[in-house]
Design a binder for this molecule. Structure first.
Ligand code: MN
Ligand code: MN
Length: 468
């Protein structure tokens, strides 16, 4: 053995996915990603993602758990929580007391929510006031085409679904920015202050009505139009949930079309691949569960976030419908023998901003599924640090099933940090590790992922469901 051969055997280096996959796998990757782009275009809010997941689940033979009084191996069920959170399960052939295999992704993404009293007129233009949701760079949301998605109830209680700005024939909306000619003061500000939250007001109209007895003539015309089109009045915004999202569609990026650019890939890239995996598994030994949660971007709070009791309650329901009874001890046994892949994105090294990354311990676009043992910030604060035993097992499953993977953390130790649902799953007393897709321009209106990583994320969730 030469020294070079010995060195190669003793040392470790991550691999680019394209060095390993063959042409038929490449074709499978492109097909998966074509479907993924449609998923992104049709699911720009958590509600739309739940609808889309439900539609896909029904096509794959899943039924509402409420319709089943008993569950047996091979049954496929779902449960929807408040239209913003969904759990899917395929019942395994093993005794459920040996644990379940859970993959969990989030389907909320950073965006601008409408305030509850959003409409106003200024200088003969009508605007909607917003409150941003999640960690975003405010300057990225000005001067781009925006769409309006959400639901609003009329006074009579009729639910109106809004989706304006996605069809080519639709109008779009926007937040204006200051011309450079007059931006001397703005440009001298820190980037965090260049655009203020209260200036993220969406332009929605500018055609005043001829009405001498009404002062706000543009607001009047917008209200008339909304009433004619949707049957709503200004009061109805008080209870509405309306989200402002980028109006552009998911696109292939590069001459070789190796990347996907789109809004909301954190974390719909993992939500989509998680769904594809649970649909494709055949008769698993352990019960396979996928959960798509809301509110991750604001701390997993609320009754549709991972901190909600929904997950535990649904698992208890599954246990009871399998065994006829679910004591607290039954539930505890199941949970402590279970394991979770927290399927969430990681930061891909951006060669334009290399200085924030420690490259030996970062994840790279094109190098496969990203395994993140711990998240948190500045000294692993608020992190679920996965046990070595569990990480070893996951790595072995990945290697045994030809999943190309890499491991890393978000960035340099002192630079910042972030969290996922992993810490909340860990609190249930379950093994959990973050596994996902590296993203460039994360939390921007146009996030970028590598198709090869998307493909490997899908393969990794499949390998986990079929082999743990
Ligand atoms: Mn995420
Ligand atoms: Mn995020």
């Amino acid at each position: 053995m030469t020294n070079k051969e010995l060195f190669d055997e003793l040392s470790y280096e991550r691999k680019n996915v394209y060095e390993v996959i063959n042409d038929s796998q490449k074709q499978e990757m492109f097909t998966l990603c074509d479907e993924y782009r449609i998923f992104l275009d049709e699911g720009k809010t958590e509600r739309e993602c739940v609808n889309k997941a439900l539609e896909m689940a029904k096509k794959h033979g899943f039924t509402d758990i409420a319709s089943k009084s008993q569950l047996k191996a091979g049954d496929k069920v779902y449960k929807v929580n408040r239209n913003k959170n969904i759990l899917l399960a395929v019942i395994g052939s093993d005794d459920i007391k040996n644990g379940i295999n859970l993959v969990g992704a989030h389907i909320d993404s950073p965006r601008l929510d409408l305030k509850q009293n959003p409409l106003y007129e200024s200088d003969d233009m009508a605007f909607l006031k917003t409150h941003y949701y999640g960690g975003l760079k405010k300057y990225q949301w000005t001067a781009i085409p925006l769409a309006i998605h959400g639901i609003i109830f009329t006074k009579e209680g009729k639910q109106v679904t809004l989706n304006v700005g996605e069809n080519d024939s639709d109008p779009v909306f926007c937040i204006t920015d200051l011309l450079p000619h007059l931006a001397k003061d703005q440009m001298a500000k820190k980037m965090t202050e260049g655009i203020e939250g209260e200036k993220l007001n969406v332009l929605i109209g500018g055609m005043p009505i001829k009405a001498d007895d009404v002062k706000e003539k543009v607001k009047f015309s917008v209200l008339k139009l909304l009433n004619e089109r949707y049957g709503i009045t200004e009061r109805d915004f008080q209870s509405a949930e309306i989200e402002i999202v980028p109006a552009f569609k998911a696109r292939n990026i590069g001459f070789d079309e190796s990347f996907i650019g789109a809004y909301g890939q954190d974390d719909r890239v993992c939500a989509f691949t998680t769904l594809k995996a649970i649909f494709d598994i055949k008769e698993p030994k352990k019960t396979a569960i996928a959960i798509l949660v809301d509110k991750e971007e604001i701390g997993s709070t609320g009754n549709t976030g991972m901190l909600s009791a929904f997950f535990g309650m649904t698992v208890a329901e599954i246990i009871e419908k399998i065994k006829g009874v679910c004591s607290m001890v039954d539930y505890n046994n199941v949970i402590e023998n279970s394991a979770c892949m927290s399927s969430d994105v990681s930061a891909a090294v951006d060669p334009n901003y290399e200085s924030v990354f420690e490259k030996k311990n970062s994840t790279f676009a094109g190098y496969g599924m990203a395994l993140v043992k711990y998240t948190g910030s500045r000294g692993k604060s608020s992190s679920s640090d996965a046990n070595a035993e569990f990480v070893y097992n996951i790595c072995k499953i990945m290697d045994d099933n030809d999943v190309i993977w890499q491991s890393g953390e978000l960035g340099k130790v002192d630079q910042g940090g972030g969290g996922t649902i992993a810490q909340y799953v860990a609190n249930l007393n379950m093994d959990v590790i973050d596994c996902g897709v590296p993203v460039l321009s994360m939390h921007s209106p146009f996030e970028v992922t590598a198709k090869s990583d998307i493909y490997m994320a899908y393969k990794s969730y499949m390998a986990f469901y079929n082999n743990r």
